[in-house]
Design a protein around this ligand. Structure first.
Ligand code: GLV
Length: 321
């Protein structure tokens, strides 16, 4: 008898076909988000699951899934999975590192350029029929070329963002919990600075750290105050790394120039106050969403699930047991 697995959200057909060769697959192709109770009841008799960042895997859920051996996230970030609870329950957890770095880095630049050049604000004006001609001072933005880019987190995605800065002839500074090796610093042309130096010197502050209790509100009221009044903040990492209430206050008072956000606290129920602000570019957590990359992510998660339940050695195991 094939092991039973749950695919919690819609995936690509060929990914399901691949999984079906190995498993009896129960899949939520209608893509209805599942609450904790539905997820627990659907998972209770399964050996494995392919999940997304919208599903929380914790001790309460695991206590109801005695047969579960593996949960495979279709995401590189895995703050939706309680790794300690997985360890206790003997459940392997995996993520999808590597395959989304370039696409997420590209989207970070989409946010940087759209925010500095006020693109969504200008487009809304045009769509509303308000454009009555060229004006010298219309939608004055900020230059990206030759500006200083400040990167929090020079991991895989942070490095991609740094590489892309070369074409804009920018100065790149970064801060991280650990300083990168000199080969990485040289390849990225990035100089290590303190958190305070980054905040006070950067024209563009962009965040590429994982979310955890250590990075919760890494950027809050005090940090936003240290930024230049002409600077912008970009977040394509995780909601919760930025204190959204503090950011809204800061954007409203014009203490910084703007923000570009792909992620929010309490997604998808983000703070509605953002909608009333013109100096913020908003996106619904799509940084990795190119057709090719989302397919690679889903296939890698499927490969992890197959390896976990057949060999016990998935390539992207987060918790060697
Ligand atoms: C997306 O947010 C991911 O972590 O892959």
């Amino acid at each position: 008898m094939k092991p039973k697995v749950l695919v919690t959200r819609e995936v690509f057909d060929d990914v399901l076909e691949y999984l079906s060769k190995h498993f009896e697959v129960i899949s939520n192709q209608s893509d209805q988000p599942m609450d904790a109770e539905t997820l627990a009841s659907k998972l209770s008799d399964k050996q494995g699951a392919m999940i997304t960042l919208s599903e929380r895997i914790d001790a309460t859920l695991l206590s109801r899934c005695p047969n579960l051996k593996a949960v495979c996230n279709i995401a590189v970030g895995y703050n939706n999975i309680d790794i300690e609870a997985c360890n206790k329950a003997g459940v392997m957890a995996t993520n999808t590192p590597g395959v989304l770095d370039d696409t997420t880095g590209d989207f970070t630049w989409t946010l940087i350029l759209a925010t500095t050049r006020r693109l969504t604000e200008a487009e809304a004006y045009l769509r509303a029929g308000q454009w009555d001609g060229w004006k010298l001072k219309q939608f004055l933005g900020l230059d990206v070329h030759h500006a200083t880019l400040g990167i929090f987190g020079l991991g895989r995605i942070g490095q991609v963002v740094a590489h892309r800065a070369t074409g804009f002839e920018m100065k790149v500074i970064y801060h991280d919990v650990r300083r990168a090796v000199s080969e990485i610093e040289e390849a990225c042309r990035a100089s290590f600075v303190s958190k305070e130096e980054l905040l006070s010197q950067a024209d563009i502050v962009t965040i590429h750290v994982p979310y955890s209790s250590a990075t919760h509100h890494l950027i809050g009221k005090a940090e936003l105050k240290q930024m230049k009044s002409t600077a912008i903040l970009i977040n394509a990492s995780r909601g919760g790394v930025v204190d959204d209430v503090a950011l809204i206050e800061t954007l409203r008072s014009g203490t910084i120039a703007g923000a570009g956000l792909d992620v929010f606290e309490n997604e998808p129920k983000f703070n509605p106050e953002f909608l009333g602000l013109k100096n913020v570019v908003l996106a619904p957590h799509i940084a990795s969403s190119s057709k090719a990359t989302r397919h690679k992510m889903a296939m890698l998660a499927a490969e992890n699930l197959v390896a976990a339940l057949t060999t016990g050695k998935p390539p992207n195991l987060l918790n060697p047991l």
